[in-house]
Write a protein that binds this ligand. Sequence first.
Ligand code: BES
Ligand code: MN
Ligand code: ZN
Length: 504
Amino acid sequence: MSSEFLPTSGPGTVVCEPSTRPETVEAEALVVFLAEGGVGAGSAAPLDAATGGLLTRLAAAGELSGRRYECVPLLAAPGVRAGQLLVVGVGKREDVTAGVLYRAAATAARHLAGRPRGRVAFVADGSWTTTQVEQAVAGAAVGMVGQDLYRAERKRTRFGTTIWIAAPAEAVERGALIADGVNLTRRLVNMAPDDIYPQSFADECATIAGRTGLDIEIWDEDRLVRERCNAILAVGRGSSRPPRLVLLRHRGAGRTGPGRSPAAAAPPLALVGKGVTFDSGGLSLKPSEGMLTMKCDMSGAAAVLAAAATIASLELPLDVTVGIGLVENMTGPAAYKLGDVITARSGTTIEVHNTDAEGRIVLADVLDVIRGEKPARIVDLATLTGACVVALGQDVAGLFTNDQACCDAVAAAAREVGEPVWQLPMFPDYDEQIKSEVADIKNVGDGRWGGAITAAKFLERFVGGIPWTHVDIAGPAFSEKSRPWTDGGASGCMVRTLVELARA
Ligand code: BES
Ligand code: MN
Ligand code: ZN
């Protein structure tokens, strides 16, 4: 079994050996997961026995704690055929979740991927749930990929072959596909903004759609004009790279046979992504420090593309529609201006108070297009506001909704796979703050307080009452510094959550 839709998936084959005894596997490294005080339990026990109690002795000496993400390599461990036994900590046994296993596996893989390796084996624990196996497999495949797109000398190399022991083959296969989605998102977000712009992003969408069997439509400027997408066009006017809108469709309901939905049936789920391929701020220009990482401003678009690709690869039995708004926010001579009034596709007029609040303007038209498909619910992903990072920090995504059940479903999926999210309020009083003196609404709130919520309130105006959840990923999408489980740069956040949501 090999990764399916990543172009870079030459190496990185995943093999399943459900019943091999771990100490007999031929590999450069054998990874085993260890809970605090757990050398005598789970998958560590047989390895402790095979090594004549080495793990017990190291634990007693305080060299092996099982604390979260601790990595202890035991070179040439006696009784083990693999070149090294790498023990990775998962913390207290009762607190082990799919999210912890994703990070632990990623930490071990990242550690080992520091130099080229042919075969690396991971030992699953018989007590893990299916989701836990999937997420551990995904973590291992994400952790071995670094941020080497533009480096001559690579810092991480994918393993030739990853072997999973004591894990069901179907769960391993699904985990590998989920990792493809996360790694696809990371690659697109990490690409330099001169390489990924609206047309080249749309080309990537077409390639991925071709590989995974998604239907695709790409709207160019002419089509955007005909569709009255004035909001997208306005934001795109300052750039020499014209905007695009991409629609992707996964028709999975038909696969189930008898329950097949007619072609025109409304999809149960629509995903929308902010695809600002570079955000200079426009005429409300960002300072250099704030602008440096703004290639990440298409993280929502990359995540919904990757989620759709993964949903298609997993052949999930539901229909999903994806809408992606692609623009570059620049300061060219035709750039949109402060004081401009834009008539969005829905007919709502928007007064521009700040050209750096461009994401919500782009999403206004994408949400309106998607609303036309009458989906049962809409989830949008956007690196929308610095205010959300102020509120929740860099690791937590903000949730905003007009329908609590819809939001609860997103939060439950996030919890299941271990991605931190937190809901913020949408009290009607906030609506007052986006009222305009000259148009229906303005694109920033009064003053800067509650900026993540006023942005969400703006989006709410364009979903027409359809159950909707907005996910602000400005914090977790991109991190300048590395973590034990990932090299700095794009995180691929929320892909795992969206896939889980589509399965639930
Ligand atoms: N893309 C930014 C938000 C952002 C900030 C993403 C930090 C990732 C990290 C967005 O377009 C933006 O500039 N928002 C402004 C809105 C303001 C002008 C009302 C912001 O947050 O400052
Ligand atoms: Mn901006
Ligand atoms: Zn932006």
